[in-house]
Design a protein around this ligand. Structure first.
Ligand SMILES: [Zn+2]
Length: 63
């Protein structure tokens, strides 16, 4: 049984634990969470606010 976790999984965990709040209208999402896409060595987190359609994007580089 391995307990090793990849950097990606740890990053995701960190995001999952943080409060997801729309900077435009203040809406706090408690169920949706970030949409995660990866390309090359980058991870992009995107959240589309269900109330005002603002898009919050954060991009992280792995490694
Ligand atoms: Zn919003």
């Amino acid at each position: 049984m391995s307990v090793h976790r990849s950097p990606f999984e740890r990053l995701r965990e960190k995001f999952d634990e943080s409060e997801l709040r729309c900077p435009a209208c203040g809406y706090v999402d408690t169920e949706g969470g970030w949409r995660v896409t990866t390309s090359g060595g980058r991870v992009r987190y995107q959240f589309v606010c269900p109330t005002c359609d603002a898009v919050e994007t954060r991009e992280l580089r792995l490694g």
